[in-house]
Design a protein around this ligand. Structure first.
Ligand SMILES: NC(=O)c1ccc[n+]([C@@H]2O[C@H](COP(=O)([O-])OP(=O)(O)OC[C@H]3O[C@@H](n4cnc5c(N)ncnc54)[C@H](OP(=O)(O)O)[C@@H]3O)[C@@H](O)[C@H]2O)c1
Length: 306
Protein backbone atom coordinates (compact mmCIF):
# COMPACT_ATOMS: atom_id res chain seq x y z
CA UNK A 1 0.00 0.00 0.00
CA UNK A 2 1.13 3.57 -0.74
CA UNK A 3 2.39 5.75 2.11
CA UNK A 4 1.09 9.29 2.52
CA UNK A 5 2.34 12.31 4.43
CA UNK A 6 0.09 13.78 7.09
CA UNK A 7 -0.18 17.51 6.41
CA UNK A 8 3.16 19.26 6.88
CA UNK A 9 4.41 16.75 9.43
CA UNK A 10 7.16 14.16 9.45
CA UNK A 11 4.50 11.44 9.67
CA UNK A 12 4.48 9.15 6.62
CA UNK A 13 1.87 6.49 7.08
CA UNK A 14 -0.46 4.05 5.37
CA UNK A 15 -2.94 5.46 2.86
CA UNK A 16 -5.70 3.52 4.63
CA UNK A 17 -6.32 3.66 8.38
CA UNK A 18 -8.25 1.39 10.72
CA UNK A 19 -10.93 2.99 12.90
CA UNK A 20 -11.33 1.32 16.28
CA UNK A 21 -14.83 2.59 17.14
CA UNK A 22 -16.19 -0.96 17.46
CA UNK A 23 -13.16 -2.65 18.98
CA UNK A 24 -14.82 -2.66 22.41
CA UNK A 25 -17.18 -5.40 21.17
CA UNK A 26 -14.32 -7.85 20.53
CA UNK A 27 -12.48 -10.28 22.77
CA UNK A 28 -8.82 -9.52 23.38
CA UNK A 29 -7.80 -12.36 21.00
CA UNK A 30 -10.10 -11.07 18.27
CA UNK A 31 -8.68 -7.56 18.69
CA UNK A 32 -5.13 -8.89 18.36
CA UNK A 33 -6.13 -10.66 15.14
CA UNK A 34 -7.66 -7.44 13.77
CA UNK A 35 -4.52 -5.42 14.56
CA UNK A 36 -2.17 -8.07 13.16
CA UNK A 37 -4.21 -8.58 9.98
CA UNK A 38 -4.37 -4.83 9.38
CA UNK A 39 -0.64 -4.43 9.96
CA UNK A 40 0.19 -7.33 7.61
CA UNK A 41 -2.08 -5.72 4.99
CA UNK A 42 -0.03 -2.50 5.26
CA UNK A 43 -2.10 -0.46 7.72
CA UNK A 44 -0.05 1.20 10.45
CA UNK A 45 -2.45 4.06 11.31
CA UNK A 46 -5.11 3.45 13.98
CA UNK A 47 -7.89 5.91 14.78
CA UNK A 48 -9.45 6.11 18.24
CA UNK A 49 -11.64 8.40 20.34
CA UNK A 50 -12.04 8.48 24.10
CA UNK A 51 -15.78 8.01 23.57
CA UNK A 52 -15.45 4.72 21.61
CA UNK A 53 -16.83 2.06 23.96
CA UNK A 54 -16.45 4.73 26.69
CA UNK A 55 -12.70 4.12 26.74
CA UNK A 56 -12.93 0.35 26.35
CA UNK A 57 -11.83 0.40 22.69
CA UNK A 58 -8.56 2.15 23.61
CA UNK A 59 -8.00 -0.17 26.58
CA UNK A 60 -8.60 -3.30 24.52
CA UNK A 61 -6.38 -2.01 21.72
CA UNK A 62 -3.54 -1.61 24.23
CA UNK A 63 -4.01 -5.15 25.61
CA UNK A 64 -4.28 -6.61 22.11
CA UNK A 65 -1.21 -4.76 20.87
CA UNK A 66 0.83 -6.07 23.81
CA UNK A 67 -0.22 -9.62 22.88
CA UNK A 68 0.98 -9.08 19.30
CA UNK A 69 4.51 -8.86 17.96
CA UNK A 70 3.95 -5.27 16.74
CA UNK A 71 5.77 -2.44 18.47
CA UNK A 72 3.94 0.76 19.43
CA UNK A 73 6.65 2.89 17.79
CA UNK A 74 5.86 1.25 14.43
CA UNK A 75 2.30 2.60 14.61
CA UNK A 76 0.68 5.99 14.26
CA UNK A 77 -1.95 6.40 16.97
CA UNK A 78 -4.61 9.07 16.73
CA UNK A 79 -7.39 9.78 19.19
CA UNK A 80 -10.12 12.38 19.73
CA UNK A 81 -11.56 14.22 22.70
CA UNK A 82 -14.39 16.60 23.47
CA UNK A 83 -17.62 14.59 23.30
CA UNK A 84 -18.95 14.02 26.80
CA UNK A 85 -22.21 12.25 27.76
CA UNK A 86 -24.31 15.43 27.79
CA UNK A 87 -22.24 18.13 26.06
CA UNK A 88 -19.05 19.04 24.21
CA UNK A 89 -16.06 20.26 26.22
CA UNK A 90 -13.01 21.90 24.69
CA UNK A 91 -11.87 23.59 27.91
CA UNK A 92 -8.19 23.34 28.83
CA UNK A 93 -9.10 21.36 31.96
CA UNK A 94 -10.89 18.79 29.85
CA UNK A 95 -8.14 18.67 27.21
CA UNK A 96 -5.52 17.79 29.87
CA UNK A 97 -7.85 15.30 31.58
CA UNK A 98 -8.86 13.60 28.32
CA UNK A 99 -5.31 13.31 27.07
CA UNK A 100 -4.12 11.71 30.32
CA UNK A 101 -6.96 9.18 30.05
CA UNK A 102 -6.17 8.43 26.40
CA UNK A 103 -2.45 7.91 27.08
CA UNK A 104 -3.17 5.71 30.06
CA UNK A 105 -5.71 3.53 28.23
CA UNK A 106 -3.53 3.22 25.12
CA UNK A 107 -0.51 2.40 27.31
CA UNK A 108 1.73 4.97 25.64
CA UNK A 109 3.51 8.11 26.81
CA UNK A 110 2.82 10.03 23.59
CA UNK A 111 0.02 10.33 21.06
CA UNK A 112 0.88 10.98 17.42
CA UNK A 113 -2.23 13.03 16.64
CA UNK A 114 -4.99 14.41 18.87
CA UNK A 115 -8.23 15.60 17.25
CA UNK A 116 -11.08 17.77 18.49
CA UNK A 117 -13.95 15.37 17.82
CA UNK A 118 -16.61 17.95 16.95
CA UNK A 119 -16.80 21.75 16.92
CA UNK A 120 -17.71 23.12 20.35
CA UNK A 121 -19.72 26.38 20.11
CA UNK A 122 -18.29 27.35 23.50
CA UNK A 123 -14.69 26.87 22.39
CA UNK A 124 -12.27 29.52 23.74
CA UNK A 125 -9.70 29.36 21.00
CA UNK A 126 -6.82 30.91 22.98
CA UNK A 127 -7.37 28.41 25.81
CA UNK A 128 -7.35 25.46 23.40
CA UNK A 129 -4.18 26.73 21.74
CA UNK A 130 -2.42 27.18 25.07
CA UNK A 131 -3.25 23.62 26.09
CA UNK A 132 -2.25 22.18 22.69
CA UNK A 133 1.02 24.15 22.61
CA UNK A 134 1.87 23.02 26.13
CA UNK A 135 1.11 19.32 25.41
CA UNK A 136 3.25 19.49 22.28
CA UNK A 137 6.13 21.11 24.19
CA UNK A 138 5.92 18.35 26.83
CA UNK A 139 6.16 15.74 24.05
CA UNK A 140 2.80 14.22 24.94
CA UNK A 141 1.16 14.97 21.58
CA UNK A 142 3.10 15.29 18.32
CA UNK A 143 0.43 16.98 16.18
CA UNK A 144 -3.16 18.20 16.35
CA UNK A 145 -6.17 17.96 14.12
CA UNK A 146 -9.93 18.29 14.06
CA UNK A 147 -12.92 16.29 13.00
CA UNK A 148 -16.11 17.57 11.35
CA UNK A 149 -14.81 21.16 11.24
CA UNK A 150 -15.12 23.66 8.41
CA UNK A 151 -12.27 25.67 6.91
CA UNK A 152 -12.90 28.88 8.90
CA UNK A 153 -12.90 26.97 12.17
CA UNK A 154 -9.51 25.51 11.20
CA UNK A 155 -8.18 28.92 10.14
CA UNK A 156 -9.23 30.37 13.50
CA UNK A 157 -7.38 27.66 15.43
CA UNK A 158 -4.32 28.15 13.23
CA UNK A 159 -4.14 31.82 14.24
CA UNK A 160 -3.18 30.72 17.75
CA UNK A 161 -1.47 27.34 17.42
CA UNK A 162 2.32 26.94 17.38
CA UNK A 163 1.90 24.14 14.81
CA UNK A 164 -1.14 24.31 12.54
CA UNK A 165 -3.95 21.77 12.32
CA UNK A 166 -2.78 18.79 10.24
CA UNK A 167 -5.91 16.62 9.91
CA UNK A 168 -9.63 17.04 9.39
CA UNK A 169 -11.76 13.90 9.66
CA UNK A 170 -15.07 14.19 7.82
CA UNK A 171 -17.59 11.76 6.42
CA UNK A 172 -16.96 10.92 2.77
CA UNK A 173 -17.69 8.03 0.44
CA UNK A 174 -19.87 7.30 -2.58
CA UNK A 175 -22.87 7.17 -0.24
CA UNK A 176 -22.00 10.57 1.25
CA UNK A 177 -20.61 12.96 -1.36
CA UNK A 178 -21.48 16.30 0.26
CA UNK A 179 -17.82 17.42 0.52
CA UNK A 180 -17.48 17.42 -3.28
CA UNK A 181 -21.05 18.10 -4.44
CA UNK A 182 -21.19 21.86 -3.98
CA UNK A 183 -17.95 22.23 -5.99
CA UNK A 184 -19.45 20.30 -8.90
CA UNK A 185 -22.69 22.26 -8.96
CA UNK A 186 -21.23 25.79 -8.65
CA UNK A 187 -23.43 28.46 -10.24
CA UNK A 188 -26.40 26.17 -10.76
CA UNK A 189 -29.83 26.12 -9.17
CA UNK A 190 -29.46 22.50 -8.10
CA UNK A 191 -29.83 21.92 -4.35
CA UNK A 192 -26.40 20.28 -4.33
CA UNK A 193 -24.81 23.67 -5.07
CA UNK A 194 -25.72 24.82 -1.58
CA UNK A 195 -22.72 24.77 0.72
CA UNK A 196 -24.61 24.52 3.95
CA UNK A 197 -21.70 24.15 6.37
CA UNK A 198 -19.02 26.45 4.95
CA UNK A 199 -16.81 23.45 4.34
CA UNK A 200 -14.46 23.64 1.34
CA UNK A 201 -12.29 20.83 0.06
CA UNK A 202 -10.13 23.38 -1.79
CA UNK A 203 -9.45 25.26 1.46
CA UNK A 204 -8.25 22.01 3.01
CA UNK A 205 -5.86 21.61 0.09
CA UNK A 206 -4.65 25.20 0.47
CA UNK A 207 -4.15 24.66 4.21
CA UNK A 208 -2.43 21.32 3.46
CA UNK A 209 -4.73 19.56 5.90
CA UNK A 210 -4.91 15.79 5.43
CA UNK A 211 -8.55 14.81 4.99
CA UNK A 212 -9.67 11.54 6.50
CA UNK A 213 -12.89 9.87 5.34
CA UNK A 214 -14.89 8.34 8.17
CA UNK A 215 -17.61 5.71 7.62
CA UNK A 216 -16.61 5.21 3.97
CA UNK A 217 -19.18 2.43 3.46
CA UNK A 218 -22.15 4.24 4.94
CA UNK A 219 -24.94 6.24 3.32
CA UNK A 220 -25.27 8.50 6.31
CA UNK A 221 -24.85 8.04 10.03
CA UNK A 222 -28.50 7.19 10.55
CA UNK A 223 -29.05 5.16 7.36
CA UNK A 224 -26.43 2.45 7.67
CA UNK A 225 -24.52 0.70 4.91
CA UNK A 226 -24.70 2.10 1.37
CA UNK A 227 -25.02 -1.40 -0.05
CA UNK A 228 -28.33 -1.88 1.82
CA UNK A 229 -29.75 1.58 1.02
CA UNK A 230 -32.88 1.27 -1.17
CA UNK A 231 -32.34 4.87 -2.37
CA UNK A 232 -29.02 3.97 -3.97
CA UNK A 233 -29.72 0.70 -5.76
CA UNK A 234 -28.34 1.96 -9.06
CA UNK A 235 -25.12 3.16 -7.49
CA UNK A 236 -24.70 -0.08 -5.56
CA UNK A 237 -25.13 -2.04 -8.81
CA UNK A 238 -22.54 0.15 -10.59
CA UNK A 239 -20.03 -0.36 -7.76
CA UNK A 240 -20.69 -4.11 -7.72
CA UNK A 241 -20.28 -4.40 -11.52
CA UNK A 242 -16.91 -2.63 -11.35
CA UNK A 243 -15.89 -4.73 -8.34
CA UNK A 244 -16.68 -7.86 -10.37
CA UNK A 245 -14.64 -6.57 -13.33
CA UNK A 246 -11.64 -5.92 -11.09
CA UNK A 247 -12.30 -9.13 -9.10
CA UNK A 248 -12.37 -7.38 -5.75
CA UNK A 249 -15.00 -6.98 -3.05
CA UNK A 250 -17.70 -4.29 -3.09
CA UNK A 251 -15.97 -2.62 -0.14
CA UNK A 252 -12.60 -2.59 -1.96
CA UNK A 253 -14.22 -0.81 -4.91
CA UNK A 254 -15.66 1.83 -2.55
CA UNK A 255 -12.14 2.38 -1.25
CA UNK A 256 -10.75 2.64 -4.80
CA UNK A 257 -13.38 5.31 -5.57
CA UNK A 258 -12.46 7.37 -2.49
CA UNK A 259 -8.72 7.09 -3.12
CA UNK A 260 -9.10 8.20 -6.76
CA UNK A 261 -9.95 11.76 -5.65
CA UNK A 262 -6.82 13.97 -5.96
CA UNK A 263 -7.24 15.40 -2.48
CA UNK A 264 -5.96 11.98 -1.33
CA UNK A 265 -8.38 11.19 1.44
CA UNK A 266 -7.16 8.75 4.05
CA UNK A 267 -10.15 6.40 4.47
CA UNK A 268 -10.79 5.28 8.04
CA UNK A 269 -12.29 1.84 7.62
CA UNK A 270 -14.30 0.45 10.50
CA UNK A 271 -14.49 -3.28 9.88
CA UNK A 272 -13.55 -5.57 12.75
CA UNK A 273 -13.59 -8.60 10.46
CA UNK A 274 -10.04 -9.64 9.44
CA UNK A 275 -11.22 -11.24 6.17
CA UNK A 276 -13.11 -8.10 5.18
CA UNK A 277 -10.20 -5.82 6.14
CA UNK A 278 -7.77 -7.81 3.99
CA UNK A 279 -10.13 -7.83 1.01
CA UNK A 280 -10.90 -4.14 1.37
CA UNK A 281 -7.29 -3.04 1.29
CA UNK A 282 -7.05 -4.50 -2.25
CA UNK A 283 -8.95 -1.39 -3.33
CA UNK A 284 -5.83 0.68 -2.67
CA UNK A 285 -4.12 -1.07 -5.60
CA UNK A 286 -6.78 0.00 -8.11
CA UNK A 287 -6.53 3.25 -10.06
CA UNK A 288 -9.96 3.91 -11.54
CA UNK A 289 -10.22 5.67 -14.88
CA UNK A 290 -12.01 9.03 -14.95
CA UNK A 291 -14.96 7.35 -16.65
CA UNK A 292 -15.19 4.61 -14.04
CA UNK A 293 -15.02 7.17 -11.21
CA UNK A 294 -17.77 9.27 -12.80
CA UNK A 295 -19.84 6.16 -13.57
CA UNK A 296 -20.05 5.56 -9.82
CA UNK A 297 -20.56 9.22 -8.85
CA UNK A 298 -23.19 9.87 -11.52
CA UNK A 299 -25.17 6.77 -10.62
CA UNK A 300 -26.29 8.54 -7.45
CA UNK A 301 -30.04 8.99 -7.52
CA UNK A 302 -29.59 12.73 -6.87
CA UNK A 303 -26.98 13.44 -9.61
CA UNK A 304 -28.75 15.79 -12.03
CA UNK A 305 -25.83 16.73 -14.36
CA UNK A 306 -25.99 15.19 -17.82
N1 LIG B 1 -15.00 11.60 13.39
C1 LIG B 1 -16.22 11.15 13.47
O1 LIG B 1 -17.16 11.86 13.78
C2 LIG B 1 -16.45 9.69 13.17
C3 LIG B 1 -17.76 9.19 13.08
C4 LIG B 1 -17.92 7.82 12.78
C5 LIG B 1 -16.80 7.02 12.61
N2 LIG B 1 -15.54 7.55 12.73
C6 LIG B 1 -14.32 6.73 12.52
O2 LIG B 1 -14.46 6.05 11.30
C7 LIG B 1 -14.28 4.66 11.50
C8 LIG B 1 -15.08 3.89 10.52
O3 LIG B 1 -16.47 4.09 10.73
P1 LIG B 1 -17.51 2.98 10.37
O4 LIG B 1 -17.25 1.78 11.16
O5 LIG B 1 -18.87 3.58 10.40
O6 LIG B 1 -17.04 2.73 8.86
P2 LIG B 1 -17.37 1.76 7.68
O7 LIG B 1 -16.07 1.16 7.27
O8 LIG B 1 -18.13 2.57 6.71
O9 LIG B 1 -18.34 0.62 8.23
C9 LIG B 1 -17.86 -0.48 8.94
C10 LIG B 1 -19.04 -1.30 9.40
O10 LIG B 1 -19.71 -1.84 8.27
C11 LIG B 1 -19.82 -3.25 8.43
N3 LIG B 1 -19.71 -3.88 7.12
C12 LIG B 1 -18.85 -3.59 6.13
N4 LIG B 1 -19.08 -4.37 5.04
C13 LIG B 1 -20.09 -5.17 5.37
C14 LIG B 1 -20.79 -6.21 4.67
N5 LIG B 1 -20.47 -6.54 3.42
N6 LIG B 1 -21.79 -6.82 5.32
C15 LIG B 1 -22.12 -6.49 6.56
N7 LIG B 1 -21.50 -5.52 7.28
C16 LIG B 1 -20.51 -4.87 6.69
C17 LIG B 1 -18.63 -3.62 9.31
O11 LIG B 1 -18.91 -4.87 9.93
P3 LIG B 1 -17.69 -5.93 10.17
O12 LIG B 1 -16.96 -5.41 11.39
O13 LIG B 1 -18.42 -7.20 10.39
O14 LIG B 1 -16.85 -5.93 8.95
C18 LIG B 1 -18.63 -2.47 10.28
O15 LIG B 1 -19.61 -2.63 11.29
C19 LIG B 1 -14.65 4.42 12.96
O16 LIG B 1 -14.06 3.26 13.49
C20 LIG B 1 -14.09 5.66 13.59
O17 LIG B 1 -12.71 5.51 13.80
C21 LIG B 1 -15.36 8.87 12.99
Amino acid sequence: MKNIQIGNTDIYTSQVALGCMRMADLSSNQATKVIETSFEAGINFFDHAEIYGHGKSEELFCQALKASSIRREDLILQSKFGILETHYDSSATNIYKSLEGILQRLGTDYLDILLIHRPDPLMEVEEVAEAFNSLQKQGKVRYFGVSNHNSSQIALLNQYLATPIQVNQIQFGPGHTLPIDSGLYVNTRFDQAVNRDGYSIEESQLQNVRLQAWSPLKSSLSKGLLKDDPEHVQMVNTIQDLADQYQVSFEAMVLAWILRHPVAFQPIIGSMNPIRIKAMVEGSLIHLSRKEWYDIYSSRQDYPMQ
